[in-house]
Design a protein around this ligand. Sequence first.
Ligand SMILES: C[S@@+](CC[C@H](N)C(=O)[O-])C[C@H]1O[C@@H](n2cnc3c(N)ncnc32)[C@H](O)[C@@H]1O
Length: 220
Amino acid sequence: MMGKAYNMPNWSSWYKKKGYKVEPEIPSISKMLEPNSRVLDIGCGHGRHVIYFARRGHHVCGIDSYKVVLDQLHNGLAKLGLSAELKLGDITKRLPYKGKQFDLILATRSIHHTTSRKFKRILKEINRVIKTDGLLFLQIPAYENSQEVEKEWKEQGKPVTHKWIESRTYVPLSGPEKGVPHHSPDRMELLQFLKGYKIIGIHTNQGHYHGYSVIARRRS
Ligand SMILES: C[S@@+](CC[C@H](N)C(=O)[O-])C[C@H]1O[C@@H](n2cnc3c(N)ncnc32)[C@H](O)[C@@H]1O
């Protein structure tokens, strides 16, 4: 059965705001990589992390469903004299890569734009394509934080701007992400997934990101 198609927002204002500055965890992750590693950026967007790792000589793959931005990234890489393997695709489907081939997988602020069932499928696909001993860097929303924010908003009498459609998945009712489901795992759900990993770092509510930032290494 075909899954429901959502109108994904135009992310250009997000990319503009973010610029090409990488997440603060990236340099230390980079130090853990062997030369010529294979890196996959899931939901790579304008490619700030694709560019960072391509610059350091790694073989980088990026996948995103937003064609405009992938074209821009393709041209941007060429201007910098860099290359990466970019694919237009839906990350909630089977990823177009063979199993156990990536030394590092990045999924920063991308894989939660879906329902709980599809989110689980993405995690399963990550487990399929990452190498044993491969590194994973996730940035995903934290359910606990969204509950706190919601409570504060209610106390302050602010209007509700989203609707919960299933356990830990909400849909914004307005704004650029209107209608796009957002799955926000809680710590238990996250730790359940991470059972196959050695956790190197797990943080939430840091200055640069209020969700979960996880660095982990695949065990088997
Ligand atoms: C907030 S941006 C983050 C971009 C990038 N990961 C970064 O940290 O700079 C979210 C990205 O996820 C992509 N994305 C969300 N859902 C997707 C899907 N189902 N298939 C492919 N890409 C998706 C969007 O197109 C967008 O580029």
